[in-house]
Design a protein around this ligand. Structure first.
Ligand code: NDP
Length: 476
């Protein structure tokens, strides 16, 4: 008997993916550098399906039915290159290597090109949902050639999460497209988490609610338009009491957020593409600010406004205002992420359909949320919006939310409570709305000190003014 698919790298993700394949009736070859993990998997979960364990890479490859489908789930970076090299030497033209790790899309493009020369399909695949998603149904974002998707798609769609019967897996586009979209997914995840954290902070510090009370507010939100995995788990975290101290759990956790780097990649790539993902950037920077204990200690003595909270009536209205600010800011974060996906798609010729991306994010992944249906609809409509914000549903939602959104940002500034995510999202919104931006003045300044030229509102062409001379203008 040979395996339909093989998984090498049996840490939490690989092990659970292998089990997911087996539970769906696929015979799975399994392999890990340290073979104790391979045996442990078969001992513990062998009853869930058919696993074919291999101790060596050579044995693993012979266990796969051709054309071989081999999933690599090892540490991203150099370990992934080492494992690819090891297996590429053993594979034949037509075989497929799926890298399900969190690779940078530029690495995926490089690996895909190198393996294509040898006739091997390299399928960089974003997988979201963490450990549990891998087992019960992740959201899967495969890149690579259309031929490879024809052979791999059905088996990946089998194990993916399903929403309304639709699998959360689609061919994103060639070479690095899948890992690019997974990267932006993670960037949006950073933004979403930051916005939720700001909502919590404002409800606590401005409205004086305790974590257990905030948990109730979040639970309420989760039965409305904000319904999402992240809101749901936030309510659970906030309701949790520390067993040791009896204090709210969130209060005993150190306030320094860590990061593994995909948010940073999103922002770095956005800078290269010239896409303003300010909400994602603020989220990454907020995490890094939280980690700088040295400057935070120095900053603690800086003057702020007179401490205070909202009074009774304002406090009562505030939770609703924050819901609106959160919804509006979240829409902006997704709009920025989708803009980045469209820019990447243009730059690398990927022809990504944002509506399909929204569709496969509806289940399995960390940012799964009810409102992704609305995003899919916006891009499914015959008049594809230039920005998500200008799609009818979202324009109306923002129109309804903006007064509350402005009050929340104003309140945060007045009370001295940082809300960089809400504020950046609102500034982006107002930036898009503004018929004229002060960029005109910046162009004039650039021309003044660097003769960088400017364009005029009333005539075609580029112009320069002799700022240090007689200030005459000439076309250049
Ligand atoms: P880790 O990232 O911790 O990687 C551990 C696995 O990599 C082990 O199987 C290990 O083998 C193997 N490995 C490391 N170095 C080498 C090497 N040089 N040669 C061969 N094998 C090597 O595992 P995870 O399961 O957490 O993640 C796997 C991948 O999935 C990563 O790229 C991660 O970024 C990505 N991912 C993780 C998610 C998560 O929630 N954890 C979510 C989505 C993606 P050994 O046992 O022999 O040490």
């Amino acid at each position: 008997e040979r395996a339909h698919i093989g998984v090498t790298g049996l840490a939490v993700m690989g092990r659970n993916l292998a089990r997911n394949f087996a539970r769906h009736g696929h015979t799975v070859a399994v392999h890990n550098r340290t073979s104790a993990k391979t045996r442990a998997l078969v001992d513990e979960f062998g009853h869930e399906g058919t696993f074919l364990p291999a101790d060596t890479a050579e044995e693993f490859v012979t266990l796969l039915e051709p054309p071989r489908r081999l999933v690599i789930m090892v540490k991203a970076g150099a370990p992934t290159d080492a494992v690819i090299d090891e297996f590429a030497a053993l594979l034949e033209p037509g075989d497929m290597i799926v890298d399900g790790g969190n690779a940078h899309f530029a690495d995926t493009r490089r690996r895909e090109a190198a393996l294509r020369e040898r006739g091997i399909h390299f399928v960089g695949t974003g997988i979201s949902g963490g450990e549990e998603g891998a087992l019960l149904g992740p959201s899967i974002m495969p890149g690579g050639s259309p031929e490879s998707y024809a052979a791999l798609g059905p088996i990946l769609e089998d194990i993916a999460a399903k929403v309304d019967g639709v699998p959360c897996c689609t061919h994103i586009g060639p070479d690095g497209a899948g890992h690019f979209v997974k990267m932006v997914h993670n960037g949006i995840e950073y933004a979403d988490m930051q916005l939720i954290a700001e909502a919590y902070d404002l409800l606590g510090r401005a409205a004086g609610l305790r974590p257990a009370e905030i948990a109730e507010v979040f639970k309420g939100w989760n039965s409305g338009r904000l319904e999402s995995y992240l809101i749901e788990i936030t309510a659970e975290v906030l309701a949790h009491t520390d067993a040791d101290t009896g204090r709210p759990f969130v209060d005993v956790v150190q306030d320094r957020a860590e990061q593994k780097g995909t948010g940073r990649w999103t922002v770095q790539t956005a800078l290269d593409l010239g896409v303003p993902v300010s909400g994602i950037a603020e989220a990454v920077f907020a995490r890094s600010l939280s980690g700088h204990t040295d400057i935070r200690a120095a900053g603690r003595g800086l003057p702020g406004p007179t401490p205070g909270t909202l009074d009774g009536e304002a406090a009562a209205r505030f939770a609703d205002d924050v819901e609106q600010a959160l919804y509006a800011s979240k829409i902006v974060a997704y709009a920025q992420g989708i803009h980045q996906i469209e820019a990447g798609s243009t730059e690398y010729d990927w022809a990504i359909d944002p509506g399909k991306v929204a569709e496969i994010w509806r289940g399995g992944c960390i940012i799964r949320a009810r409102f992704l249906n609305r995003i899919r609809e916006a891009y499914d409509s015959p008049r594809r919006p230039d920005s998500l914000l200008s799609a009818e549903y979202f324009r109306d939602a923002l129109a309804g939310a903006q007064d509350a959104w402005r009050r929340v940002v104003a309140t945060s500034a007045e009370l001295g409570i940082p809300a960089p995510g809400f504020a950046a999202a609102l500034a982006y919104y107002d930036g898009l709305r503004s018929p004229r931006l002060p960029a005109a003045l910046i162009q004039a300044q650039r021309d003044f000190f660097g003769a960088h030229t400017y364009r005029r509102v009333d005539r075609d062409g580029s112009f320069h003014t002799e700022w240090s001379g007689d200030r005459t203008e000439h076309a250049v």
